[in-house]
Design a binder for this molecule. Structure first.
Ligand SMILES: [Zn+2]
Length: 157
């Protein structure tokens, strides 16, 4: 990873997710350079906006991140997301919940790439297990779509 590269990280504002995201950024060596944007639900308001203005607002943040040098986007959603529960109710199964997150991450990438085709993407799903009397909050990251290696970016003519 080049020192000048900036990564834009789109993730939910859930405080239970924050230390997990910070740990991931440290692991990737981008904790001091990543541009984090954390609206409720992560990419939810891009893939399934509640208000008409949601999409424009998020795209404006993407635009500003690109102006600051962002070349790569990590779309990071998580299970047991209260923004998703508020919008879609309780999921009948973990499989259906994860399937919707994967669909939304794909859709979000498509929406952003339509405007910023040079950005590269990876999708990560955090399987969040909230703290209980027996154990602390834990997470397992699932790489839904890995970061592309040496992806050829077509040059506009
Ligand atoms: Zn959430």
């Amino acid at each position: 990873m080049e020192a000048t590269e900036r990564v834009f990280v789109l993730h939910c504002f859930d405080p239970d997710l924050r230390p997990i995201v910070m740990g991931l950024l440290a692991e990737l060596g981008i904790e001091k350079t990543a541009i984090c944007f954390n609206p409720a639900g992560g990419c939810k308001d891009l893939a399934a906006p509640t208000l008409d203005s949601d999409t424009g607002y998020i795209m404006r943040q993407v635009h500003l991140a690109v102006e600051l040098g962002a070349t790569h986007v990590i779309v990071l959603n998580h299970t047991d997301c209260r923004a998703y529960q508020k919008a879609f109710g309780q999921f009948p199964s973990k499989e259906k919940e994860e399937a919707l997150h994967k669909k939304h991450m794909e859709k979000s990438e498509a929406i952003i790439r339509a405007v910023y085709p040079r950005l590269t993407f990876e999708h990560r799903l955090a399987r969040l297990e909230r703290a209980s009397a027996e154990r602390p909050t834990s997470v397992e990251f699932v790489t839904v779509k890995p970061r592309p290696q040496n992806e050829m970016v077509p040059v506009a003519v």
